[in-house]
Design a protein around this ligand. Structure first.
Ligand code: ADP
Ligand code: MG
Length: 705
C-alpha cells in the first residue's frame, strides 16, 4: 500500500519515478490514468510487461495501400501520397479544419483533420503521408484519417521504410494511443527481458530472441521484419502447447501401462478372406499403426481421421477382432441409435461365418433385450458391442473391456469419451473423425493423441455430380429431382433452419416440407426431420426413409452424421451459403453410396463472396482440401472450440498459417522433455514459469516434487 502511494506521489510531484519494470502496473506509466488503466485491463493489460506482449494485429505500409483514385466514400482505406497543397480552413461553427491534398500515381485525394489546425506546423507541402481512415463526403471525397505517419519529404514511400502497426484496440483506447504507450516504454523494457526459451530450442527453430522479436513487432522497419518477430511469438505458443501435449502423453503412458495384445492373426485373417473387397492401401497402413499400438505394452491413444466414405468402420472392426482374439471385450460407441444399429448390422453380416454375434446396446431397446445385452457385457465373455451413449451409463458395466472405439468422436464431449474409457481398467482407445484436418494441425489440436490418416477412398466410387444453381433454375432443378424419384430413387432436401424466423426469409424446413408435399412433390411421400424432434422420433423418420417409405426427406443438418441410404441419389441443399464447407461435404457424403450416379445440388442465389466459397466445394470431393479451406475461411475457433478439443486459444499463432512450424515445435518439445521431463533444471526455470503462468494445465503437468 505505502509503496503504491509513494510511486503516485513521485509521479505527480515530478520527483524521480522508480524505473519501470515488466511488473510495473500500467497506472504508474506516463499517460495512463485510472480511466485508461481500466480500458487497458479490458484488453488484458495490467502491467508494463503485458503492454509489451500486446502485439499488433496487422501492419499498414506502402505495399498495402490503395491508389487514391479508388478510395470510395463509405470505405475504410489506407493510402500513401505526397502533399501538394494544404491549409487551415474555418467552418461556420467555429471549428478549424486542417486540410491537405495528397497525390499518388492514380490521382488526388483531399484529406481533412477537423479541429487539428496545429498539424499545419508539422505537415508540409512535399511530405509523403501514410494515412488510414474512412472516406466520407465533405464537399466531395475526403479522407478523415484515424491515424497517419509523416514519412517526410525524402521518402518515396516505395522502399517499405516506415510501417504502421495496427493494435487490437477498444473503445476509448485507439490503436494510435496504444502505439504511443508501447513506444514510450519499449527502450526501457526490452533490455530487461530474458528469453524463456532454451537457446537450443531457439536455434532449432531459427527464430530471434524474444527481446529482438518484440522490437521487430512493435517497431518494424518493414512488414517482413514484423513477420519475423511475429513468427518468434507464434513459435513460442506452438512450442508451449506441444510441451503440454507431449508431457501429458508421457505421464499418461508411464502412469498407466496398457494391455499388451498379441497379434494372433486368427480372426483378422479370416475376416480379410471373407470381405467382399480388398482393403485399400491406406486401410492396411492405418491398421498396421493401430495393431502396433495395441501390441505394445503402452495404451493406445489414437485418432483415426478419414474422409466420409473412406472406410473407417471396417478398420474399427479389425481392431475389435484383435481385442477379441486376446479374450478382451471391444466397445464401439456411435452418436445415434440409427448409426449404432447400422454398424451392428454390418458387423453381424460380416462376422456370421466366424460364429461371432456382436452385441447392441441402445436406449431404445426393450428392457428384456437390454438386460440380456448388459449381462453379456458384465460377463468376461470376449465380444464386440456397438452402442450409443447407453454404453457409458452407470448401469452398464464391462467384465473385461480392453478396447474403446468412438465413432464420429466430435459428436461426443470429452466427458463422455472419458466415461467410456473408465468402464475398463486400462483400455486402448481409438477415436474416429470424419473432419480430416492436416496432420500437423491435428497434432496441435489433439496433441496428446497419435494420428492416423485414411487418405484414400475405396476404388470404384462414382463421383458425385455437384452443381450450384441459381434461384431462376428452381423449376428445372425440381423437375430433375422428380425424374430421379420416377426411377425409384430417393432425395434429401436440406434447409439451414427449422422455422421461419422473423428476421430472415429463409425457407424453413417445416414450412417447406408442407409446401413441397402440396406442390412440386405432390403425390410423393415427403418426410420431415429436424433437430427439435426427439431422438426416437428422428430415428423413426430415418428408418422410414431407409425402408423406402419416404421418397423425399426434408431435413435440417441432423442427417449430417453418417447414415447409409444407398438408394438416395439426390442431395439438394437450400441456402447453401449458410453452411460451412465441411458441413456441406458431410451432407454430400450422404449420397453416392449406391454405386450409381448421384447428385449434390446447391440451390439459390448467393452473394459473390459466398459463390467463391461454394465454388471451392463444387470443384473438389477431397475432404482434406475442403477442411483446409474451411479452416482458412472460418478460423480455427469455429471448428474446434476449446470445449471440444481442449485446444488453448492462441494469441499470436495461427495453426493454419504457421503450419510449417508445428512439426519443428513438436520435435523441439520432444527433445527437451527427453532431457528434462519435468523441466526441473535451473536453466529451464523461466520456461516453467511461463508455462505455469499461462496454462492452467501446466500446473498439474509440471508439478514439482
Ligand atoms: P466412413 O469412413 O465414412 O465411416 P464407412 O466405413 O461407412 O465409411 O465405409 C463406406 C462404405 O465403403 C461402406 O459401405 C464400406 O463397406 C465400404 N468399404 C470400406 N472399405 C472398402 C474397401 N476397401 N473397398 C470397397 N469398399 C469399401
Ligand atoms: Mg463412419
Amino acid at each position: 500500500m505505502s509503496g503504491d502511494a509513494t510511486a503516485r506521489r513521485d509521479k505527480r510531484g515530478g520527483g524521480v519515478a522508480p524505473p519501470v519494470t515488466l511488473l510495473t502496473p500500467v497506472t504508474y506509466l506516463k499517460g495512463v490514468g485510472p480511466r485508461r488503466a481500466e480500458l487497458l485491463a479490458k484488453l488484458g493489460i495490467t502491467t508494463a510487461g503485458d503492454l509489451l506482449m500486446h502485439v499488433p494485429r496487422r501492419y499498414e505500409d506502402a505495399t498495402t495501400v490503395l491508389p487514391v483514385a479508388r478510395a470510395q466514400p463509405g470505405q475504410d482505406v489506407t493510402v500513401l501520397g505526397r502533399v501538394i497543397s494544404k491549409g487551415v480552413i474555418p467552418t461556420r461553427r467555429g471549428l478549424r479544419i486542417f486540410q491537405a491534398v495528397i497525390q499518388d500515381a492514380s490521382g488526388l485525394l483531399e484529406v481533412g483533420w477537423p479541429g487539428q489546425p496545429h498539424l499545419d506546423r508539422t505537415i508540409n507541402v512535399g511530405d509523403v503521408l501514410l494515412l488510414s481512415g474512412p472516406v466520407r463526403i465533405f464537399h466531395g471525397r475526403q479522407l478523415a484519417p484515424r491515424e497517419f505517419v509523416n514519412l517526410g519529404a525524402d521518402d518515396t514511400g516505395t522502399a517499405g521504410g516506415r510501417v504502421l502497426a495496427v493494435y487490437p484496440a477498444t473503445d476509448g483506447l485507439p490503436t494510435k494511443l496504444l502505439r504511443q504507450l508501447v513506444d514510450a516504454q519499449l527502450d526501457a523494457l526490452l533490455p530487461q527481458i530474458t528469453d524463456p526459451l532454451p537457446a537450443s530450442v531457439l536455434a532449432a527453430a531459427g527464430v530471434p530472441l524474444l527481446a529482438d522479436a518484440l522490437r521487430l513487432v512493435h517497431r518494424p522497419g518493414s512488414v517482413k521484419e514484423a513477420e519475423r518477430g511475429r513468427a518468434r511469438l507464434a513459435f513460442e505458443e506452438l512450442f508451449c502447447v506441444q510441451l503440454l501435449h507431449r508431457r501429458a502423453n508421457q505421464l499418461e503412458r508411464s502412469e498407466r501401462d496398457g494391455i499388451t495384445f498379441v497379434n494372433r492373426r486368427k480372426l483378422t485373417t479370416a475376416l480379410k478372406q471373407l470381405l467382399p473387397f480388398t482393403l485399400t492401401g491406406a486401410q492396411v497402413r492405418v491398421l498396421r499403426e493401430i495393431v502396433a499400438d495395441m501390441t505394445s505394452h503402452q495404451r493406445m491413444h489414437r485418432l483415426l481421421q478419414g474422409d466420409v466414405g473412406s472406410g473407417k468402420t471396417i478398420v474399427a472392426l479389425f481392431a475389435a477382432l484383435v481385442a477379441m482374439e486376446n479374450d478382451w471385450q471391444a466397445a464401439l460407441m456411435a452418436p445415434t441409435e440409427l448409426l449404432a444399429e447400422q454398424h451392428v448390422r454390418t458387423f453381424t453380416t460380416l462376422l456370421a461365418p466366424l460364429g461371432i454375434a456382436p452385441a447392441l446396446l441402445t436406449g431404445r431397446m426393450g428392457a428384456a433385450q437390454r438386460r440380456a445385452a448388459a449381462a453379456r457385457l458384465a460377463s468376461c465373455e470376449p465380444l464386440i458391442v456397438v452402442g450409443t451413449h447407453a454404453l457409458v451409463q452407470d448401469a452398464t458395466s464391462f467384465g473385461k473391456l480392453g478396447l474403446v472405439i468412438v465413432d464420429e468422436q466430435h459428436r461426443f464431449g470429452v466427458e463422455q469419451r472419458k466415461a467410456l474409457q473408465a468402464k475398463g481398467a486400462t483400455p486402448d482407445v481409438l477415436l474416429m473423425s470424419a473432419t480430416p484436418i492436416p496432420r500437423s494441425l491435428a497434432l496441435t489440436i489433439y496433441g496428446d493423441l497419435d494420428v492416423s490418416l485414411l487418405d484414400e477412398k475405396p476404388p470404384g466410387r462414382v463421383p458425385i455430380v455437384t452443381t450450384k444453381r441459381p434461384e431462376s433454375a428452381r423449376d428445372r432443378v425440381m423437375t430433375f429431382v422428380n425424374t430421379q424419384l420416377d426411377v425409384g430413387r430417393q432425395a434429401y432436401v436440406v434447409y439451414p433452419v427449422i422455422e421461419e424466423s422473423e428476421r430472415s426469409d429463409l425457407r424453413a424446413a417445416t414450412q417447406m416440407a408442407e409446401e413441397l408435399a402440396g406442390g412440386v412433390f405432390a403425390g410423393r411421400r415427403v418426410g420431415l426431420l429436424h433437430g427439435r424432434l426427439k431422438g426416437d422420433e428422428k430415428d423413426a423418420v430415418m428408418r422410414a426413409f431407409l425402408a423406402r417409405e419416404i421418397d423425399v426427406l426434408v431435413a435440417t443438418t441432423v442427417i449430417e452424421v453418417g447414415i447409409d441410404v444407398p438408394n438416395a441419389s439426390v442431395m439438394l441443399i437450400e441456402h447453401p451459403e449458410r453452411f460451412g464447407l465441411s458441413q456441406l461435404h458431410q451432407l454430400r457424403g450422404r449420397v453416392g453410396r449406391g454405386g450409381d450416379d448421384s447428385y449434390c445440388i446447391l440451390l439459390g442465389d448467393v452473394s459473390p463472396d459466398s459463390a467463391e466459397r461454394l465454388d471451392i466445394f463444387v470443384s473438389t470431393e477431397d475432404g482434406f482440401a475442403i477442411a483446409r479451406s474451411d479452416m482458412r475461411l472460418r478460423g480455427m475457433g469455429d471448428l474446434f472450440g476449446e470445449r471440444q478439443s481442449g485446444l488453448p486459444s492462441f494469441r499470436v499463432a495461427d495453426p493454419l498459417r504457421d503450419e510449417a512450424m508445428i512439426p519443428v515445435a513438436r520435435a523441439a518439445a520432444e527433445a527437451l522433455l527427453l532431457r528434462d521431463p519435468a523441466l526441473v533444471a535451473p536453466e529451464h526455470q523461466p520456461l516453467r514459469e511461463l508455462l505455469t503462468g499461462r496454462y492452467r494445465r501446466a500446473l498439474e503437468l509440471f508439478r514439482v516434487g
